[in-house]
Design a protein around this ligand. Structure first.
Ligand code: WT7
Length: 663
């Protein structure tokens, strides 16, 4: 950020939603953090005495050998539960069987295709999951996988994806899951970077009624990957695939024949559990490294607090993310399974066969916890209220969002149309690098304000600071940092120590730099203003792109907007807004509507925020994880030919369309 004096953020929102009075009753009388006094006391202790706090939490898990020391901190290297050995698969699965819960449902899975008799549904108990994971682990061993070897997983959202992930954890073989929407080149880059010799995949995956050719993509990648020794292939769609003799083996041959005796390998608490590639501010994806003990404890504990999970009470938890992203790793699998609440995995698209698919899932499975992304919520809004209204959503108790700041319009819609006005919304702020929630409300405890992720998680010393690490006063925009290590903090970027140091530990000395701009309001609640490079400096004033977007959407003329900076002769940075018009307005696209929108923003926020350029588009370019590709929009706004890697575009047609409408 520049040295310009910060201005007060203008995304103001005064509606405070206290925890619903009947929440405890709806939670069978159990609210883990019952009120703000309890929150404050726990948070204060967790920061003052992290070793005591996390040591107590970690006692609730199974360790093969106890730790000698809870934390060893040599900036920027944290080691948690030093000297302890454990296994993340054991704590997620085997332990439940040992404790007598083997017959409870661990994974509730629904396939995408809709037959005449409805979709395919599988209810996998902890015992069944344990046995299949043990068989898969034995099969991987037979294919040469040993402790420490990286296994690449490129599959659709089928139960066997969870099985493969947990089988790797069982062996102490770090997994590297690649989202099934990525193209072959992404597989090549990641397999090479990870030095991985075994890939697990499917013949194909169902997505919006079509088959994604997963195996063919792996084959294409493998032409450039002579080092890959084996590909384990699950049959899912039944399409024809080529099987290369000696290299490729079918899951139903290799796994089914194994016994269930393969036990969990005791691994050091700091043994790498997985790699997950994510994009940084430069082109090459970075392999974020997470280790076993701290990640295991933090994800399960945060899931327990943030969602108020209570086992044995009929709760059903549904996170709509893909396991190919950190959200799926932490809050479909590792964080949820130890909590003994069924985790619902859905295979396909939210709009197949119709736009009400999620609501039909919620109603049929009596889902109590629903966790999704703001971009999805905006799609639901666009598809119309009739879809949720058709279904019985009264089972819902807690709603969650993650991935980007949520605009208040979407928050309110979610609250009313999905939550029936009675479900707390947890706006969870975190990152691939943080492993789990770092700033979030706790349901039944934290008063919420639409658009704010509210308060820090236990053990997270979050702050908004200037370049020198000095904490800023209320409402001043600055850099989001975390001043102390927390258990699921990334341990590095694979093979790139310097990038790890440069990206997270250099700009503000001594603190973890999240890469987001933020402010804290007078109540201490955090407001994320977007990635640092998304914070605009217009005529020397700081402005969050999210704020302008929120205003545009608030006009009701626009359903979705993306705002980026563009070079401007006088202001330094001007504002370009890409807008998807409300269907009712589509026919009015033109100068007059542009003027009305610019006026609206100027009125809503101030003249400083008046967009310089407004462009209408049918859709915004997004990554597969639903993030708007701002760098691309910045290039388009600047009239530059883009040189960015576009392999993660959701829809290339969207980009082409933007180009066509250039005037
Ligand atoms: C970035 C991390 C963590 C899983 C999904 C994204 C943004 C994430 C929020 C939120 C405002 C959010 C931040 C962060 N972000 N959650 N609740 N409110 N912004 O993981 O791909 O690693 O992205 O997403 O900018 O830095 P990711």
């Amino acid at each position: 950020m520049s040295s310009n004096a910060p201005i007060h953020s203008v995304l103001t929102e005064d509606r405070v939603f206290p925890p619903p009075a009947d929440f405890a009753a709806r939670m069978h009388g159990t609210v883990h953090v019952p009120d703000m006094d309890a929150y404050r006391a726990m948070h204060e202790r967790s920061i003052r005495d992290p070793e005591g706090f996390w040591g107590d939490v970690a006692k609730g898990f199974r360790w093969f050998r106890p730790w000698d020391r809870v934390l060893e901190w040599n900036l920027p290297d944290a080691k948690w539960f030093v000297g302890g050995t454990t296994n993340a698969c054991f704590n997620a699965v085997d332990r439940q069987v040992e404790d007598g819960h083997g017959d409870e449902v661990a994974i509730l899975w629904e396939g995408e295709p809709m037959g005449a008799a409805g979709p395919e549904v599988r209810r996998i108990t902890y015992r069944e999951l344990r046995d299949e994971v043990a068989r898969c682990a034995a099969a991987l061993e037979e294919l040469g996988v040993r402790k420490g070897d990286v296994v690449t997983i490129y599959m659709g959202m089928v139960p066997e994806l969870a099985v493969a992930v947990l089988a790797c954890a069982r062996l102490g073989a770090p997994h590297s899951v690649i989202f099934g929407g990525f193209a072959p080149q992404a597989i090549v880059d990641r397999v090479q970077d990870a030095d991985s010799k075994v890939i697990v995949t499917c013949d194909g995956g169902w997505r919006r009624g079509s088959v994604v050719p997963l195996k063919a993509n792996v084959d294409a990648a493998c032409e450039r990957l002579p080092e890959v020794r084996h590909v384990l292939v699950l049959r899912r769609t039944g399409g024809e695939v080529a099987m290369k003799p000696g290299r490729d083996v079918w899951w139903h041959d290799a796994v089914a024949k194994q016994g269930t005796g393969r036990a969990c390998e005791p691994v050091d608490a700091e043994h790498p559990l997985f790699l997950l590639y994510t994009s940084g501010s430069t082109g090459k994806p970075k392999g974020i490294v997470h280790t076993t003990g701290g990640y295991m404890v933090f994800t399960a504990a945060t899931a327990h607090w943030t969602f108020n999970l209570v086992p044995g009470q009929g709760q059903v938890y549904f996170c709509t993310a893909d396991i190919g992203w950190i959200t799926g790793h932490s809050y479909i699998l590792y964080g949820i399974l130890p909590n003994r609440v069924p985790t619902l995995m859905y295979e396909g698209a939210p709009n197949f066969p119709a736009e009400d698919r999620f609501w039909s899932i919620v109603a049929r499975h009596r889902v109590t916890h629903f966790y999704t992304a703001p971009t999805a919520i905006r799609s639901f809004m666009r598809w119309g209220d009739a879809h949720p209204a058709r279904h019985d959503l009264t089972s819902l108790r807690v709603l969650g969002t993650v991935g980007e700041p949520i605009n208040p319009e979407a928050w309110i819609w979610y609250h009313e149309r999905i939550g029936g006005g009675r479900c707390p919304i947890v706006d969870t702020m975190w990152q691939t690098e943080t492993g789990g929630h770092v700033i979030t409300p706790l349901p039944g405890c934290t008063p919420t304000v639409p658009g704010s992720c509210t308060l820090p998680m236990f053990g997270v010393d979050a702050a908004v600071v200037d370049e020198h690490g000095k904490e800023l006063p209320a409402n001043a925009g600055g850099l989001l940092v975390i001043r102390k290590p927390w258990p699921a903090m990334l341990r590095g970027i694979r093979g790139d120590r310097q990038r790890f140091i440069d990206t997270y530990w250099s700009r503000v000395p001594g603190m973890y730099l999240a890469g987001d701009g933020a402010r804290r309001d007078q109540r201490g609640c955090f407001w994320i203003m977007g990635r640092i490079d998304d914070v605009l400096n217009v005529s020397g004033h700081r402005l969050g792109t999210a704020e302008v977007e929120s205003s545009l959407v608030g006009s009701k003329l626009v359903v979705e907007a993306a705002v980026v900076g563009m070079p401007h002769e006088i202001k330094g940075t001007g504002i370009a807004a890409f807008c998807v018009l409300h269907p009712d307005q589509a026919a009015n696209a033109g100068e007059d509507l542009r003027r009305r929108l610019a006026e609206h923003v100027a009125k809503d926020i101030g003249a400083i925020a008046r967009p310089d350029v407004i462009r209408f588009t049918n859709g915004l370019p997004k990554t597969r994880s639903g993030k708007i590709m701002r760098r691309l929009l910045r290039d388009i706004a600047a009239g530059k030919e883009t040189t960015q890697d576009t392999t993660t575009l959701e829809d290339f047609g969207v980009l082409a369309k933007l180009r066509e409408t250039d005037e």
